[in-house]
Write a protein that binds this ligand. Structure first.
Ligand SMILES: [Zn+2]
Length: 578
């Protein structure tokens, strides 16, 4: 491709709304183009890289026996009502009506559609296992789209679904996908980590998130350096402190004026925060969006509540639980803002962190303004409607597996795999007949890769101040020939020779034949991040060109022949990304 003919518009300036490197660079290189908030199109270079990522994904899916199909993005509401997700998915589900008022959504994922296919087509154990996948545009009406392709409302995803006879089969399918994902992200040049994850709106029993490590990532992960524990902070178990064997002391109401926070009350009474109970107050919403009762959650004063664990404990989707209006809640339940404890509450669901059960003589709000109660004990003074680990694993807390202090890091979720089990096949009636002609439920898994988000993650991990540094496997082109003086016949002939020789060898080449100053061409070559640059300038008359890799600072003067060979060699070696 000749740059003079290419549809390319690079930007010198950083776009105002772009905050992270991948967003800035994908816009500045002209690879992506914003249409409206959270909706992007792809220009020639961007689309080439997207297709390379897709090809890697296809190869690895096919290698595990996956079969590619392509379903509609438009999905009828009926299927989502059958699975129960029309409500559970919440406001992120992009809903629409046709001219006759029938409800549809733009699919954020396709469990219902694939389950529907299989329940219609599969009747015998002989047809299982089966793995179907697609690469397709998905929609999620994000409240706050941001970071370019990282959190967008329209995105490209690979989603696959496995169908097995039993849970043993699912384990194998899941492990196959785990392997395939590890190969895919390795081939894309990502530094990634598979971590245990919450199953969220997809559901099921087990899940791993594949996280590309990056400071700007929205996923917070906890990991252990001594053992191999690694989980999203939302999912990570927390070890309860050992139970306290002290004697229970009698409850004692104490005057604690203006001590609304845990810090204030602990300071005022000279207590450690570990000797206090923290209260968090919530309201629940029903399927119609009406208020549907209150929740008071209690954790030890030094702990943080984990919202995902709380909604899971309540068996509700995340969007059905929100912080309560304290005054309204006070009238209904007897709570008192800043002075709420578990002993004076009524008419609300009380969720108690499991650790509190073994703690003795803690200080809690008295549900009375300016008062706390000392020596509050679980069992004797209060009980939970639900008792569960609802706290957050913080950096430095003991590892839930081995006890060593855990570390935190951040990353971009580029894929997630789920053991769905029978979560969809059971309610939607996807059965097969086994060897004895008995009806059995199909056991499912589902597996997603954010293709567009993977592109952003690659740029996030592969760039410097001058631009992108593409790994060869996903680079829009492998080599850029920077022709310094297009009007110089010797230089032009040398550049053409290199261009045609490389092209014949199957190398993807950009020839910068624009009538621009050399400085502009070098800047653009660095910005675009093409892995190999061959500069054809004055040395061409002696048969010499400059050879440089984008990822290295070193430049070498080589003969034209040597430069061609060096480029072919490195591209052949690295284009598979393994
Ligand atoms: Zn550990």
């Amino acid at each position: 491709m000749r740059l003079s003919q290419m549809h390319l518009k690079t930007l010198r300036e950083t776009p105002a709304e772009a905050e992270v490197a991948s967003h800035i660079l994908l816009v500045r290189t002209g690879m992506i183009r914003k249409l409206v908030s959270g909706v992007y199109g792809f220009m020639p270079l961007g689309w080439r890289s997207i297709r390379k990522i897709e090809e890697i994904v296809r190869e690895e899916m096919d290698a595990k026996g996956g079969q590619e199909i392509h379903m509609s993005a438009v999905q009828p509401a009926e299927l989502w009502l059958e699975s129960g997700r029309w409500y559970a998915y919440g406001p992120e589900l992009w809903r629409l009506k046709d001219r006759n008022g029938r409800d549809f959504c733009l699919g954020p994922t396709h469990e219902e559609i694939f389950t529907d296919i299989v329940r219609n087509d599969i009747s015998s154990y002989r047809q299982l296992p089966l793995n179907l996948y697609q690469i397709q545009t998905k929609y999620r009406d994000e409240a706050r789209p941001r970071f370019g392709l990282m959190r967008s409302r329209e995105f490209i995803m690979k989603d696959s679904y496995s169908f097995d006879k039993d849970f043993e089969g699912l384990d194998k399918s899941y492990n196959d996908m785990y392997d395939a994902y590890s190969r895919i992200y390795t081939r894309c040049g990502l530094n990634f980590r598979p971590v245990e994850a919450d199953t969220g709106a997809i559901g099921g029993s087990n899940s791993h998130e594949f996280t590309a490590l990056a400071e700007v990532g929205e996923s917070e992960i906890a990991y252990c350096e001594r053992c191999d524990m690694a989980a999203t902070v939302e999912r990570a178990d927390v070890k309860d402190d050992p139970a306290d064997s002290s004697q229970m002391l009698p409850m004692e109401e104490v005057y604690t004026p203006n001590t609304k926070t845990i810090e204030e009350v602990a300071d005022f009474l000279g207590l450690d925060k570990k000797q206090t109970i923290k209260a968090l107050l919530f309201v629940k919403y029903d399927e119609l969006g009406e208020e549907d009762g209150y929740v008071a959650a209690f954790v030890r004063g030094d702990r943080e509540l984990n919202m995902i664990k709380l909604v899971n404990a309540l068996g509700l989707p995340e969007h059905a639980v929100a912080f309560a209006d304290e005054e309204k809640m006070a009238a209904a339940t007897g709570c008192v803002g800043g002075f709420t404890g578990p002993t004076g509450l009524h008419d609300c669901t009380i969720v108690v962190d499991s650790e509190l059960v073994g703690m003795k003589n803690l200080c809690a709000g008295a549900c009375k303004k300016d008062y706390h109660i000392k020596n509050v004990n679980y069992g004797r003074d209060y009980k939970g409607d639900i008792v569960r680990d609802i706290k957050t694993l913080k950096e430095g807390d003991p590892c839930p597996v081995c006890g060593a202090p855990v570390k935190h890091t951040r990353g971009i979720e580029v894929g997630q795999i789920f053991k769905l089990g029978t979560k969809y096949s059971e309610p939607m009636g996807a059965y097969y007949k086994d060897e004895n002609q008995e009806d059995k439920v199909i056991v499912m898994g589902c597996y997603g890769i954010g293709i567009t988000r993977t592109l952003a993650a690659i740029v996030e991990q592969h760039h410097d101040d001058s631009g992108i540094i593409w790994p060869v496997s996903v680079a829009p082109y492998h080599v850029i020939i920077t022709l310094i003086a297009p009007d110089d016949t010797v230089q032009a002939a040398a550049a053409e020779k290199i261009y045609s020789r490389l092209t014949e060898a199957g190398i993807e080449v950009l020839l910068d034949d624009r009538r621009e100053r050399p400085g502009v061409k070098f800047k653009d070559a660095d910005l675009l991040g093409i892995p190999v640059r061959i500069t054809v300038g004055r040395g061409a008359i002696d048969g010499s060109v400059e050879y440089k890799l984008r990822r290295e600072t070193e430049k070498n003067d080589l003969s034209i022949e040597d430069a061609i060979q060096a480029a072919i060699q490195i591209v052949e070696k690295e284009k598979k990304g393994m």
